[in-house]
Every structure is written in structure tokens, then in C-alpha cells.
Design a binder for this molecule. Structure first.
Ligand code: ZN
Ligand code: ZN
Length: 329
């Protein structure tokens, strides 16, 4: 184990007595600061994941873990939206595609817009919120995000001010407990989310300029992880983007490279097999093959066995996800 792994393992052990959010509790009124409280919940699990890992292998776009379902309806710079169901509670994280596409995506799993209990927004960039005004127009659900993100979204969502709920540090929503955590990105105040349901922990961490301690804590012990693997650094540096944009993407408030994502996964504290959806892949500065190659090189270099220690899948712009097993696409 590396020093940071040991430190995190010790941290996790010390939080073994951490409290668990009482299910059904009202939304807390704590101010949104988002130092990760994920650790509060990460120890609620007691067993390794996935008696039903097979369903993850078989399905093309959806992963079931116990009573949880995770699906990317779209992923990448052309639009992002994740549908997550825990028990009977359904949320959408981000709405960066048209409402019609969201509706169509939900229908594939037998759900409708009216089944959504809330929409959670990570940050105000167009690829995460372009479909939000119409989505709010067509539904009655609340939208959770930071005050800064809400303001940064501008006039288009002003008619829906009464639907805005400022993110607390943690909240209970039906059968789900949700903990936002701060991310390093060039947005007003961006966040990722960890969702808890029984023994299942699901984390979405995309649009990351770098791996901060908050991101590390949030992703640790997740059963399912949606993680950004945005670009191949060499391809980006030799690609068509102007220098300034390259620097923005490579910077600490930009996006995560394949290699950084792979190194992060290699050092991630986990219990049993982790199901990982590699998301937000650049269309211009990355390829599925490069992502696979990098993941294979780095993970196996750290002694991890793909398909055993981790199940990896690649998300595409349209949300279809391919399973990666030992490097075979
Ligand atoms: Zn962004
Ligand atoms: Zn984005």
C-alpha cells in the first residue's frame, strides 16, 4: 500500500463508528460548505459488493447493485445526464441534454419524467444544464444545486426560482441519502455527489481538474463510481485545440486525463469489486482504445485485476456503455 492508501484506510477505520443518517429525516439546514461528509456514510456497509455483478456484465447501459440502478443517459462535452434509482427514489444528476432525450432515456428503463423525485446539478456548464429549463417546465420536481451555480445559470431558469433548493451539506431524499462534495473545476461552485441506499454507495465525480482530498474521500468505498476519464494528454497536446484551451483542460480546474483517472482508481480504498463507469470522454482528445490501454497499463501495473477488482465500462456520448474485461472491448 502507498502512504496515502494507508492513511485513507486508517481514516476509514476511525470513522467506523460514524453515524448513519436516519432514513427519512428532513433535509438538513446546515450551510453548504461541502467538505466531504461522505466518510460519515462510507462505513455503513458491511459486506463486499455484488452478488448480482452479473447483471452489470450483461447490461449495456445499466448497472443494478442490490436495489440501486445507475445509468448514464448521455456523457461527454455534448451533454451529460445520469439517472439513478435507489429503491423507489429516482433522481437525475445534471440535465445537459434535451428534455426529450431525457424522457426517451428514462423510458428505456420503464420510467417517466414524473417518476423523478429531484434533479441534482453539478455545475452550470452548458453540457450539464442545457435541458434544465424545459425539464423544470415539464415537471414539478425540485432542483438541488449550490447558490452560486443557480445564479450562474442565468435568466433561463429564473421562472423556476421556487423550485430551487440550495444544497445542504447532506440531505435525505426518500430512500436515498445524498452528500455533495466540492470539486475543482472552472465553474461558480461545482460539486459531485455520493448517494447512499442501504449498503450501497454510488458516487459521481466528473469535471475534475484534479483529485482533491474531498474527491478521494467521496469516491472511497463506493460500490459504483462514475468517474471522468476525459482525455489522453499526448493526444490533447498534439490535437486541434488552441493552446489556451489545452491549458484550461490540463489545468487544476479543467478535466481529468485517462492516466490520472487510472492512477486514482489504483489508489482508491475499496471493499470488494467496484463498478466503474468511465465518463465525460472527449471526442477530440481521446479514444476508447486509448482509455482502455491506459487503464489496463496502470491498473495491472498496480496489481489490480480488471474484471475482478474492478469492473470498468466506457460511457459514450449517447450514454451507451461498453464493458471492459481485461482490456477486451
Ligand atoms: Zn464543466
Ligand atoms: Zn462537463
Amino acid at each position: 500500500m502507498t502512504e496515502s492508501e494507508i492513511r485513507l484506510a486508517q481514516l476509514a477505520q476511525s470513522i467506523g463508528r460514524a453515524r448513519r443518517i436516519a432514513s427519512g429525516a428532513a433535509v438538513t439546514e446546515e450551510p453548504a460548505g461541502y467538505p466531504s461528509l461522505a466518510a460519515d456514510f462510507s462505513q455503513t456497509k458491511s459486506a463486499a459488493v455484488s452478488e448480482d455483478g452479473g447483471s452489470f456484465l450483461k447490461s449495456q447501459t445499466v448497472s443494478h447493485n442490490g436495489d440501486c440502478l445507475v445509468s448514464l443517459l448521455a456523457s461527454g462535452s455534448s451533454g451529460n445526464a445520469a439517472f439513478i434509482r435507489c429503491g423507489r427514489t429516482c433522481v437525475l444528476i445534471d440535465a445537459g441534454i434535451s428534455c426529450r432525450r431525457i424522457e426517451k432515456g428514462l423510458r428505456r428503463f420503464g420510467y417517466a419524467l414524473s417518476d423523478l423525485d429531484a434533479v441534482l446539478i453539478t455545475h452550470e456548464h452548458t453540457d450539464h444544464v442545457s435541458g434544465l429549463p424545459v425539464l423544470l417546465k415539464r415537471t414539478h420536481m425540485p432542483v438541488y444545486t449550490t447558490q452560486e451555480t443557480w445564479q450562474a445559470m442565468g435568466n433561463k431558469i429564473l421562472p423556476y426560482m421556487d423550485r430551487f433548493v440550495r444544497l445542504p451539506r447532506r440531505l435525505s431524499l426518500g430512500e436515498m441519502q445524498i452528500v455533495p462534495f466540492a470539486t475543482s473545476h472552472d465553474a461558480a461552485r461545482s460539486v459531485g455527489y455520493s448517494l447512499y441506499h442501504g449498503d450501497c454507495k454510488i458516487t459521481l465525480a466528473t469535471d475534475l481538474g484534479c483529485i482533491t482530498p474531498d474527491v478521494m474521500t467521496a469516491a472511497s468505498w463506493s460500490d459504483m463510481l462514475i468517474l471522468e476519464a476525459n482525455h489522453d494528454e499526448t493526444m490533447l497536446r498534439n490535437g486541434p485545440y488552441p493552446y489556451a484551451l489545452q491549458q484550461r483542460i490540463l489545468g487544476n480546474q479543467g478535466h481529468l486525463s485517462n492516466r490520472t483517472a487510472a492512477e486514482f482508481l489504483s489508489s482508491l480504498p475499496r471493499r470488494g469489486m467496484v463498478k466503474v463507469l468511465l465518463a465525460h470522454r472527449s471526442e477530440h482528445n481521446n479514444t476508447p482504445a486509448l482509455t482502455v490501454q491506459t487503464m489496463r497499463d496502470v491498473l495491472t501495473g498496480h496489481g489490480l485485476v480488471i474484471g475482478q477488482d474492478m469492473l470498468l465500462r466506457l460511457a459514450s456520448a449517447t450514454g451507451s456503455v461498453r464493458f471492459l474485461n481485461g482490456g477486451t472491448l
